[in-house]
Design a protein around this ligand. Sequence first.
Ligand SMILES: O=c1[nH]cnc2c1ncn2[C@H]1C[C@H](O)[C@@H](COP(=O)(O)OP(=O)(O)O)O1
Length: 226
Amino acid sequence: LVVWCENLLPNHVSGQKQSSMATSNKVELAEALALGPAWRHFSYVMLYAPTPRALFGGRIPLRYAVLMHMRFDGRLGFPGGFVNDQCPSLEDGLNQELLNKLGEGVSTFSVVHTDYRNSFTDAKSKVVVHFYVKCLTLEQLQAVEARAPLAKDYGLEVFGLVRVPLYTLHDGVGGLPAFLENSFIGTTREQLLDALQDLEILDPQTVSVLKKRIAQHKQLLGLIGT
Ligand SMILES: O=c1[nH]cnc2c1ncn2[C@H]1C[C@H](O)[C@@H](COP(=O)(O)OP(=O)(O)O)O1
């Protein structure tokens, strides 16, 4: 029997300090754009849509369909990619990448400047990542999912689209905690959780608990690796 767990995870880890892993190299957009020609810019977007559907006879509302994709390298990521110097804007570059990676289903919307959230730098690789969020209707999101297999990069850079489960099952692991144990590219996992919190899709306590779990999981993998 699977039951929706109201109080997501144990209380003893609630209220702890939020991890700063996703914010350590955050930069203002103007600062990022002034970095110079040695830096490469990448733009990614979290596409999401409200859904009325629910699991198990209505006991677990799905609430939102949040899209990610399985990349060619076996990691999960957000759609997007490298923005060529020739692109008039970060958003133009991102919309072009979305067309290549997700296909013609993206034709009903465009990511625009107001969807911008934040930018992160990686000084070692001289990479700047710009992150956007875009709320779609469920029909628009389903059109993206339906047409993705016809996209130029599908089967090459994109191996499939996935939806993020936003709930936790009664075992405390199934759902979002299990999903977060996958391998993610770059800072994607932290971007996902921070965005879900800022959009009030997840509450801060839940995000804090999930981040603590991620840190423990990473520690465990490190121990196994030694
Ligand atoms: O969603 C992401 N969030 C943060 N960083 C990301 C994300 N996806 C990729 N990356 C990082 C990892 C690498 O440093 C670059 C290159 O990524 P990729 O998407 O493979 O770029 P292209 O296919 O070459 O456009 O960005």
